[in-house]
Write a protein that binds this ligand. Structure first.
Ligand code: PNS
Length: 162
């Protein structure tokens, strides 16, 4: 059984993330999306909310599971029984950070490999941070997110500015 782990913050999940998830699900028997329970950064959505949103958008993909994790990614990968980490690469600007993470993870866990999928060109500019910035300024985010997620982001922004 070939298992891949797709880790990230997913605050919130974008159509760019979804594209990577769908393509990974075609290549592996089992895909586990690992949602980082980030103690340092303060995310817009709690880890539980991010897990729920990912479960909602991936409901139609039978071999995809969503879990949260804290601590080191390689420990989560080992506990999950996976040997492959999948990350999306948008542009050269992602490369340095991604290479550093992949190399560090490989030194710590030589049995774990990282593979990269180039993002769909359509979403190559997209990031959760940009989407949040547009939403906070009341811009239209419907091009970037699943319709159910658009509603949740708008709701969260309304709550923040109440
Ligand atoms: O979506 P992101 O925020 O770019 O994802 C980053 C993520 C979650 C993959 C990375 O921060 C991570 O793996 N964090 C867990 C802590 C860890 O293992 N750090 C060492 C990596 S070299």
């Amino acid at each position: 059984m070939r298992t891949a782990i797709y880790p990230g913050s997913f605050d919130p999940v974008t159509l760019g993330h979804y594209d990577i998830i769908e393509r990974t699900a075609k290549m592996f028997d089992r895909v586990i999306i690992g949602v980082l329970n980030n103690k340092v950064k303060s995310p817009l959505f709690s880890v539980e909310e991010r897990v729920t949103m990912l479960k909602e958008v991936t409901a139609k993909l039978p071999n995809v599971e969503v879990q949260s994790f804290g601590g080191l990614l390689i420990d989560f990968v080992r506990q999950s029984g996976g040997g492959i980490i999948v990350r999306g690469l948008r542009a050269i600007t992602d490369f340095e950070y991604e290479l550093q993470m992949a190399q560090t993870n490989r030194v710590m866990a030589p049995e774990v490999d990282t593979i990269f999928l180039t993002t769909n060109l359509k979403y190559s500019y997209l990031s959760s941070s940009i989407v949040k910035e547009i939403a906070e300024n009341r811009g239209d985010i419907s091009e970037f997110l699943h319709p159910a997620i658009v509603k949740k982001v708008r709701g969260k922004v309304e709550e923040m500015f109440k």
